[in-house]
Design a protein around this ligand. Structure first.
Ligand SMILES: [Zn+2]
Ligand SMILES: [Zn+2]
Length: 271
C-alpha cells in the first residue's frame, strides 16, 4: 500500500544557536498534504528565512507550537510578528501561538523591548498556554505535550493528523515522559545535541535519543539539533547500536514523512 502520507515534516533548522553551515537554530514545519497552511514547531532565528526557502511565506503559518523559551527555539517569533505586519506581503490570516505557561509574558516583554509602537506585537493572534499532558484539538490535528526537564517549562510535542503521528522532543533530558509521549509514534524528531562522551545534563546524545526511540518503539528516528561537535553521520552510527529501526538525519530543509510502522502482528511474527 502506498497511500500518500497525510503530512510532511520539513526541518527548517537542525542545529543549535552556534553558527554551522546546514544546521541553523531549531525550527520545523508540519505541512499537511491537503492544506496550504503549516504548523511550525519552534521558531528559532532563521526559521522564517528557511521557511521561504522551503516555499512558504509568513501568511502560510497557521500556528506556531513552542517547546521552550531558549532563544534558539523562539527568537523568530518577533520576526514573524514583524513580517505579519509588513504591508507589502500577502495578507496574513489568524494565527495561533501555543506553548508552555509564560508564553504570553515572553511575547509582551519582547515586544516592549523593541518599543511600545513596535511592529513586533502580534495582531490577529491567539495565545494558548498549556500545562504538561494537555491535549488540544484543531480540526483534524491533535496536539499533546509532556515535560522534558530541560528547563522548568520545556515541553515535547506530539501531533496526530490523518492517522499518522510525529513527536518532537524540543530539548530534553533522558526522561520517561518523553518515551511515553512518543510511544508508537510514526516519526520521532529527537534532539541529539552532543556526542556520548561529551554529554551535557538536560540534553540528549545519540545513545540517549536511541534509548528513548527503542523504549517508545517508534517507526523512524529523526536525529536533529546537532551542536558543531557532533557529526550527524557519527550520531547515526552510534544510535544504530541501540535502535534497530530506521534512522534519518536532519539538515536544514530536509523533508521527512511518517514511516508506517510494522503492524503488531507482523512484529510479533518476526524471528
Ligand atoms: Zn534549550
Ligand atoms: Zn536548543
Amino acid at each position: 500500500m502506498t497511500a500518500r502520507p497525510p503530512f510532511t515534516w520539513i526541518v527548517l533548522g537542525s542545529g543549535s544557536i552556534l553558527p554551522r553551515a546546514g544546521h541553523g537554530p531549531a525550527g520545523n514545519a508540519l505541512a499537511p498534504t491537503d492544506a496550504e497552511r503549516v504548523t511550525l514547531f519552534d521558531c528559532g532565528p532563521g526559521t522564517l528565512r528557511s521557511l521561504g526557502a522551503a516555499g512558504f511565506g509568513a501568511h502560510a503559518i497557521e500556528r506556531v507550537v513552542v517547546s521552550h523559551f531558549h532563544p534558539d527555539h523562539c527568537l523568530d517569533l518577533f520576526a514573524l510578528a514583524f513580517a505579519r505586519r509588513n504591508p507589502s506581503g500577502p495578507a496574513c490570516g489568524d494565527l495561533e501561538l501555543v506553548g508552555p505557561r509564560g508564553l504570553a509574558a515572553l511575547l509582551e516583554r519582547g515586544a516592549a523591548t523593541f518599543g511600545t509602537r513596535s511592529w513586533t506585537r502580534f495582531e490577529r493572534t491567539s495565545v494558548v498556554e498549556v500545562e504538561p499532558g494537555e491535549r488540544l484539538e484543531r480540526g483534524a490535528l491533535e496536539l499533546r505535550c509532556a515535560p522534558t526537564r530541560h528547563t522548568p517549562e520545556a515541553l515535547a510535542w506530539r501531533a496526530e493528523l490523518g492517522g499518522c503521528s510525529v513527536t518532537f522532543s524540543g530539548d530534553s533530558g533522558e526522561v520517561e515522559e518523553l518515551a511515553a509521549l512518543a510511544a508508537g509514534t510514526d516519526l520521532f524528531a529527537c534532539e541529539c545535541s552532543f556526542p556520548d562522551d561529551r554529554a551535557v545534563e538536560h540534553h540528549l546524545t545519540p545513545s540517549g535519543a536511541a534509548r528513548i526511540a527503542r523504549a517508545a518503539d517508534v517507526g523512524a528516528l529523526l536525529l536533529t539539533h546537532f551542536y558543531p561537535e557532533l557529526e550527524p553521520e557519527d550520531a547515526r552510527r552510534v544510535a544504530a547500536r541501540t535502535f534497530s529501526g530506521r534512522i534519518e538525519l536532519a539538515h536544514d530543509l530536509s523533508r521527512h514523512v511518517p514511516a508506517p510502522r510494522p503492524s503488531a502482528e507482523r512484529r510479533a511474527a518476526r524471528p
